[in-house]
Design a binder for this molecule. Structure first.
Ligand SMILES: *[C@@H]1O[C@H](CO)[C@@H](O)[C@H](O)[C@H]1NC(C)=O
Length: 246
């Protein structure tokens, strides 16, 4: 059996970068992976990729006066991006039905009015492949929550096994999409604990905080870093980044 496993080096000046809406073109390339066995193609798979970098800038505004706080903005291909966007929740609670044209209409509407970002909220779900393909093609950056929202989550062994399986499955499935800008651990769970939404005698605040840190900082954050270190990770939406973590 021939095993051809390699890395393709493409000179930078031969690659057209992928840009968000309003900053340039959404250049995409097909990558085809073929698996041969004894000269026969066993499997062939083509994915679309775009070349771009993402950075989240969180430097101190003034290193000599840290009380002035930090910056919080993204650079794509080294260019600071003014994110203009909205919140994305599932088009329907019945994903098995065909909502392709509705999805296309909504994403195209976002593009036409000059948005360049949507936040896939943790109150929804990981979307189907077509959603990410459309976002790539339209230059819509995705601030992508993981699917935890407005609740306290357990950290027992069985639940954690399910969390790991879910995150691994979905990040592996969709991480090739240049539209995805950042992963965020959850929707509002941190804010909720901070604002004491749940004043439960049998589950004191100190334990809520401890379990929160275990789940998002000690388990999910390193898991996401292992699966995809090409984009930033935030513990929660909303977030003040490193300030929040501290
Ligand atoms: C879903 O609908 C679109 C048109 O809106 C059509 O092009 C596509 O083939 C449909 N997909 C399936 C799986 O039926």
């Amino acid at each position: 059996m021939n095993r051809v496993v390699g890395k393709i080096e493409v000179p930078e000046d031969e690659v057209k970068l992928w840009w968000p809406n309003g900053y340039g073109e959404q250049n995409l390339y097909d990558v085809t992976i073929l698996i041969f066995v004894n000269g026969e193609t066993l499997k062939s798979e083509t994915i679309q990729v775009g070349f771009r970098t993402v950075e989240l800038i969180q430097d101190y505004v003034d290193p000599n006066d840290i009380l002035r706080g930090r910056h919080f903005y993204f650079k794509v291909n080294g260019v600071p991006i003014f994110l203009k966007g909205s919140n994305w929740i599932p088009v329907s609670s019945f994903p098995a039905r065909n909502f392709t044209s509705r999805m296309e209409f909504l994403l195209e509407s976002a593009r036409e009015i000059g948005m360049n970002a949507l936040r896939v909220s943790g109150i929804g779900r990981f979307e189907a492949e077509e959603f990410y393909r459309m976002a790539d093609q339209k230059g819509i950056l995705l601030w992508h929550d993981l699917m935890f929202a407005c609740a306290l989550y357990p950290i027992d062994r069985h639940f954690l096994a399910s969390v790991k399986r879910e995150i691994t499955t979905h990040i592996t499935r969709i991480k090739n999409h240049p539209s995805i800008l950042v992963w965020s651990g959850n929707n509002e769970n941190e804010l909720a604990i901070r604002q004491r939404w749940w004043d439960i005698g049998s589950y004191p605040m100190s334990q809520q905080i401890k379990d929160y840190i275990t789940l998002y900082k000690e388990i999910i954050k390193p898991l996401v870093a292992r699966l995809d270190n090409s984009r930033p990770f935030l513990l929660s939406s909303p977030s003040n980044g490193v300030q929040t973590e501290a």
